[in-house]
Design a protein around this ligand. Structure first.
Ligand code: UGA
Length: 435
């Protein structure tokens, strides 16, 4: 089998490398020549654990290559995956499909008859059909097929998610598309992965429904956490108490500062718009979007209140800037609203993140960027834990107390135990747990 992957962003690069690991010949295509040059030189432009080794070994085995030429990449391919960006369109919250349709046009012009065009980017319901129409319009003489194969990868564990997924969802418009996709995922049949074949629209909607459901689950527990704070209950125990019910499940019930990242905020918003236009509004998801936005904006107030009501002239140490650990991704991260809000309240912010500092510098200004967690704490009047990187889970608390001007800690990821922190002499606050 031979495939081309159009777009070497997160999804394209991970999927391309993983398919090549399955034994498929993969050509990754990107119009950004600098990026392709770097990839050819063995440099991986994103931080994802294990990806650099996976790329290096498959390049060496001759199964994985990179090019800027779409027509060259598409030549002889059984399937061509579209994994280009679908940013939120300015103004209306819809996914911007300009790059997807442009790729569909170029692929249709360059591909041989029988090629399956696969959307891997998260695309609104109806996009696959439109890709089929474009293919027929651009190349009426060719038999081009369409599939929708949404990705359920999590940043930070993307390779494992691809290699050992809970399920694979594939929408197709023909038996041939189904056969090609079946062959590509053959290695997963050996580990008995459920592979669900559907219509194009069903596959597209499944992706949005999954992300919206997970975002809802997080938002639900976040609101329960607020209620816990008001009534003196403990959200950790509530989450465990409900999560052990198999119908609910324990995962994605960690209360925190609100979900972020490149997927949940964008996909929930796009789904809300799709539903509005289909005259089948999704009130629950609309509320989730609003509640999460408000939560992220409100986190600074929580920190300020914990610091005694004012941050004027004070210094705050912030540990963790990325939207979650094991990534350098800052998109929609809670830090993007929290840090400026602390600064507006008069605070100087000293910050450290293990992988996100370069990205953070692009969007957060006037921050004192430090080289490690302890340097960030030097002379600070309070410590805020904003992303639960492993290295923050086991801080030397004695050293922290010596470095901080006041032993004030706001742990927005609940990685420390309130009783232990109190015993260690900290004025400690977390999410939805009595201090
Ligand atoms: C998410 C989904 O989990 C993937 O299945 C999906 O493929 C991906 O979006 C996508 O659409 O491409 P990702 O954005 O990498 O993956 O990150 P998650 O691990 O899902 O975390 C998202 C946000 O929710 C983070 O801000 C995280 O801190 C927050 N979260 C997660 C919580 O606040 N509580 C939880 O219990 C879980």
């Amino acid at each position: 089998m031979r495939i081309a992957m159009i777009g070497t962003g997160y999804v394209g690069l991970v999927s391309g490398a993983c398919f090549s690991e399955f034994g498929t010949e993969v050509v990754c295509v990107d119009r950004d020549a600098g990026k392709i040059d770097r990839l050819r030189a063995g440099e991986v432009p994103i931080y994802e654990p294990g990806l650099d080794n996976l790329i290096a070994s498959n390049v060496q085995a001759g199964r994985l290559s990179f090019t800027t030429s779409l027509s060259e990449g598409v030549k002889g391919a059984d399937a061509v995956f579209i994994a280009v960006g679908t940013p939120t369109r300015r103004g209306d919250g819809h996914a911007d499909l300009t790059y997807v349709y442009q790729a569909a046009r170029e692929i249709s012009a360059a591909a041989g008859s029988g090629t399956v065009i696969v959307t891997k980017s998260t695309v609104p319901v109806g996009t696959g059909r439109k890709v089929g129409e474009i293919a027929r319009e651009v190349a009426p003489q060719k038999a081009l097929h369409v599939a929708s194969n949404p990705e359920f990868l999590r940043e930070g564990s993307a390779i494992n998610d691809f290699m050992r997924p809970d399920r694979v969802v594939i929408g197709t418009d023909s038996d041939h598309a189904r056969e090609v996709m079946h062959a590509l995922y053959r290695p997963l049949y050996l580990i008995e992965t459920p592979v669900i074949f559907t219509e194009l629209e069903t596959a597209e909607l499944t992706k949005y429904a999954a992300n919206a459901f997970l975002a809802t689950k997080i938002t639900f527990i976040n609101e329960i956490a607020d209620l816990c704070e008001s009534v003196g209950a403990n959200v950790h125990d509530v989450a465990r108490g409900i999560g052990l019910d198999g119908r609910i499940g324990r995962k994605f019930l960690h209360a925190g500062p609100g979900y972020g990242g490149s997927c949940f905020p964008k996909d929930t918003l796009a789904l809300v718009r799709t539903a509005e236009e289909a005259a089948a509004p999704l009130r629950i998801v609309e509320t989730v979007v609003a509640v999460n936005d408000a939560r992220k904006a409100r986190m600074a107030e929580k920190v300020i209140a914990h610091c005694g009501g004012s941050l004027d002239g004070r210094t705050v140490a912030v540990l963790g800037l990325t939207f979650k650990p094991n990534t350098d991704d800052m998109r929609e991260a809670p830090s993007l609203s929290l840090v400026p809000a602390l600064q507006r309240a008069g605070a100087t912010v000293r910050a450290f993140d293990p992988e996100g500092m370069d990205e953070a510098r692009k969007s957060l200004s006037d921050v004192v960027y430090c080289t490690n967690a302890y340097e960030a704490m030097e002379g600070a009047d309070a410590l805020v834990i904003l992303t639960e990187w492993n290295e923050f889970r086991n801080l030397d608390l004695d050293r922290a107390k010596q470095l901080l001007r006041a032993p004030v800690v706001a742990d927005l990821r609940n990685i420390y135990d309130p009783a232990e922190m109190a015993a260690a002499g900290f004025h400690y606050d977390s999410i939805g747990r009595p201090s």
